[in-house]
Design a protein around this ligand. Structure first.
Ligand code: CA
Length: 234
């Protein structure tokens, strides 16, 4: 039996609706309404994924997200009233794999959950595991889901990894946001969706020497992004 999707939400009415939709899509669910309860439940039964409301009565959802990520390798979708770009970017940098602003459509939530789960599956069973660039300065290990930058291991979210992997698969090729959304996030691009930009910004913070003058992740103005590293010959 699959582990449950853990719904962390103190609004019991909302939690009930999310639970109904998830169970309607054949997921098992567990519910926690506080930070403490969420950590207890996640520790006992490693969840398949976590739907995390940021506004919780006994602590910060942001901190909880980080603690959950230390417990295990499962996706976290943040659900929150906060909607500014900065807050969204902060959410992604805490390890959230996706982010929805309330009021959120429960059907869309189920779609996004399926998309992040698919990404996790693909990442854990990818066959060609190592790709090395710029004389070993940047190494992607898709089996371990790990990035090494100048010999140091760097922690990235599964979504960031998937995005970098998609770009690095074709160095020098320009990808539109549209292509990147479907390849890395697994759903169809909507014109207003800036999630890709937020992920790129986080990745630049992690892998570039100077995020303002990126040597790997370049913006192609009016089009999208390209990966400028040079793949090492073996
Ligand atoms: Ca709340």
């Amino acid at each position: 039996m699959l582990p449950p999707v853990l719904i962390v939400e103190d609004d019991t009415k909302l939690a009930r609706i999310v639970k109904a939709y998830l169970e309607g899509a054949d997921f098992r669910t567990a519910h926690a309404s506080t930070v403490r309860e969420a950590l207890q439940k996640a520790e006992v039964e490693l969840p398949l994924a976590v739907i995390l409301d940021l506004g919780l009565p006994d602590g910060s959802g942001e901190e909880l997200c980080q603690s959950l990520k230390e417990l295990g390798d499962f996706p976290v979708i943040m659900l929150t009233a906060k909607s500014s770009e900065e807050e969204r970017i902060a959410g992604f940098s805490l390890g959230a794999d996706d982010y929805m602003v309330k009021p959120a459509s429960p059907r869309e939530l189920v779609c996004r959950l399926k998309a992040v789960l698919k990404r996790y599956e693909r990442n854990s069973s990818s066959p060609d595991s190592i790709a090395s660039f710029n004389n070993g300065a940047l190494i992607l290990n898709s089996l371990r889901h790990q990035i090494t930058k100048d010999g140091r291991s760097i922690s990235v979210t599964p979504t960031e990894f998937k995005l970098l992997q998609a770009l690095a698969a074709s160095p020098g090729r320009t990808f539109t946001r549209d292509e990147l959304v479907s390849r890395a996030l697994g759903y169809q691009f909507e014109g207003y969706d800036r999630s890709i930009d937020a992920h790129i910004k986080n990745l630049r913070q992690k892998i570039e020497r100077d995020p303002r003058l990126p040597e790997y992740l370049k913006t192609v103005y009016g089009v999208g992004y390209l990966f400028a590293g040079e793949r090492d010959a073996l």
